[in-house]
Design a protein around this ligand. Sequence first.
Ligand code: BTN
Length: 325
Amino acid sequence: MSKSIRKQLIDALSQADGQFLSGQSLADVIGCSRTAIWKHIEDLRKSGFELEAVRKKGYRIISKPDQLTENEILLGLETESMGRHILYFETTVSTQIIAHQAAVDGAPEGTLIIAEEQTGGKGRMARSWHSSKQKGIWMSLIIRPQLTLDKAPQFTLIAAIAAARAIEGVTGLEPEIKWPNDLLFNGKKLTGILTELQAEADKINFVVIGVGINVNQNEEDFPPFVRGLATSLAIESGTNISRTALTQSFLKNFERYYHLYIEKGFAPLKIIWESYAASIGKNIIAKTVTGEITGKAIGITDNGVLKIQDHGGNIHHVYSADIEI
Ligand code: BTN
């Protein structure tokens, strides 16, 4: 099926704002036959569009499928740079892979790569990330901070704050953040963040922030090994959530806190992050590559590094670990 006819048809019907457009006028505008219009209308119905067809009047859109296309995201987006350049995929292996290549090819700061489905979604620690079609938000954002490498972990924490704020604003649910980057609700995972970067010597070239938000899954949409550990906003709120509104809100919040960070440093963000922290003040086990540390999580440093006080009173700085609370 020709994409350009499909896209022109969606654009024309969307712009008509619920008014009927005749098959002949659509065919004239798009430059194809009425039969082609009819065939594409049938294909759109199969893709989830609800379309009314009335004799002598033509066609009109009743509702569109919940899609995260460039048009949907840009309409009502309140940012200067974040998400202003979008690469959209119905399906891709991983938005992280596309983002990395786009960044190497010079994509500007704020470029967003977003997919309805990922067939090889990547999680932290070489795990996979289950990304079922149109059920969640699977996106990667490119930023180009003029900073040194040691600042990189802070972007994960800024993204976690932005995701928490967006979820609160759109759904009213109040998630917790488990260091460094998991958003939980009632102890189950709602959102994961994967930060990857390219640097030269000590200077960051670009950072790719990958965010996966479980939005409209039912329990059965999660693979069996994840059930019980993961949850979605729809499960927790009892209603379907607009992925577009949530994506727009994440981008707005990320831009706000990113600017605050560039202007004022990490100190104000540390306070906000700690207000969401699930693990601070609790006894935890940190599983690092060099072994386990058991003790009380007492806070994070100004660089976003986790501080744990063990039972002997020694303070450990943890840069990367899996945390059990
Ligand atoms: C984690 O908690 O392990 C991090 C999960 C990150 C998943 C997101 S989904 C969008 C982006 N593309 C990927 O392949 N991974 C990240």
